[in-house]
Design a protein around this ligand. Structure first.
Ligand code: NAP
Length: 318
């Protein structure tokens, strides 16, 4: 943006952003770093009425309580696809616009889902630990499981789900999917009934949004259906799975293994999982590449620029 009339517009940044994005926001607006405020409540009481926009991420979100203290807020710009941490309905009811960054992270998140599938089925992390511990000198590593020829059940065949399916097809997997509605123009087998799909698949990958509608979607019953040769891959949100039920299923051999990028209360990971060899644990890094994070930051900025310079038009509105 060129020298702008937005210099006095008050913008609240909830948590640290990608450095380049933060620099742009702070260079263009009267920005406040919420996470560095000594007394956030006092600041909000005094200045909340002046805040016009919030910039946040899927991880930092925006609490309903804080939203309620920003009576003149007009826009929420979020870095990330998932917006379960933002009270979108309450915002929209007040006419506040919300943007996110769909599309630009599909490849990297899908790559990571495949990495997790290959890792748990071929026991890659476990084999790496085997070599490092010097165990190869004492004997051979046990056999693993081939992905090709297996059935992949995708829960949530959206942007990321489709990118996962495309990659899994290249590995010779057969794709099944469950959404609330059938996807037009898609030839993969559709299951309106989630449990029926789980019964039919070998690997279950979760790519649905978080939030109330999917809270605990995968519980003890679904894990039992996945069965003792089945693998669960979660790159969606930790809340989609009943985490205690998952831990119990892994402890009792109800399922064969799991690849998890997300957890119920990040960065907390259940202690019991830390010593399991059939589980691969990642610190929520689905979109975590230089290229993709840059593209996400660019899209947040494109939305901000468009909103302030192009008659409040949004590029990727929620
Ligand atoms: P998307 O394009 O909106 O796709 C979501 C899919 O889920 C849609 O096909 C939708 O189909 C289906 N769905 C929604 N609610 C459902 C429900 N209650 N039951 C069954 N299916 C449902 O979203 P996306 O861009 O692929 O992203 C998906 C999610 O991935 C995000 O919301 C985010 O939580 C997660 N994510 C994780 C990472 C990471 O780093 N691990 C990175 C990015 C995103 P219907 O509407 O027909 O049901």
């Amino acid at each position: 943006m060129t020298q702008s009339p937005t210099r006095n517009t008050s913008v609240l940044i909830i948590g640290a952003l990608l450095p380049g994005l933060q620099e742009k926001v702070e260079g263009q607006f009267a920005a406040t770093r919420y996470w560095q405020l000594d007394n956030a409540q006092a600041w909000v009481s005094e200045n909340g009425a002046g805040v016009k926009a919030v910039v946040t991420t899927g991880a930092y979100g925006l609490t309903a309580d804080l939203l309620g203290q920003l009576p003149n807020l007009e826009a929420i710009f979020s870095f990330g696809v998932g917006y379960d941490s933002i009270p979108v309905d309450a915002a929209k009811a007040r006419g506040i616009v919300v943007t996110n960054t769909p599309g630009v992270l599909d490849d990297c998140v899908a790559d990571l889902a495949l990495a997790l599938m290959l890792d748990v089925s071929r026991r890659i992390s476990e084999a790496d630990r085997f070599v490092r511990a010097g165990k190869w000198l004492q004997g051979k590593f046990p056999l693993a499981v081939k992905l090709g020829g297996k059935k992949l059940g995708v829960v949530g065949l959206g942007n990321i789900g489709q990118a996962i399916a495309k990659r899994a097809e290249a590995f010779g997997m057969q794709i099944l999917y469950h959404n609330r509605s059938r996807k037009p123009g898609v030839s993969y087998e559709y299951f309106a009934d989630l449990d029926a799909m789980i019964d039919a698949c070998d690997v279950l990958v979760l790519a649905v949004p978080g939030g109330k509608a999917t809270d605990g979607l995968i519980g003890a019953g679904q894990l039992a259906k996945l069965g003792k040769t089945g693998y669960l891959i979660n790159i969606a949100r930790g809340t989609v799975v009943d985490q205690p039920a998952l831990v119990a299923a892994l402890q009792q051999g109800v399922i064969a293994g799991a690849g998890l990028d997300v957890f119920e209360k990040e960065p907390q990971v259940p202690e019991a999982l830390l010593t399991m060899d059939n589980v691969v644990l990642l610190p929520h890094v689905g979109s975590g590449t230089h290229e993709t994070r840059q593209a996400m930051g660019d899209l947040v900025w494109a939305n901000i620029e468009s909103y302030y310079q192009n008659g409040k038009k949004l590029i990727t509105a929620v």
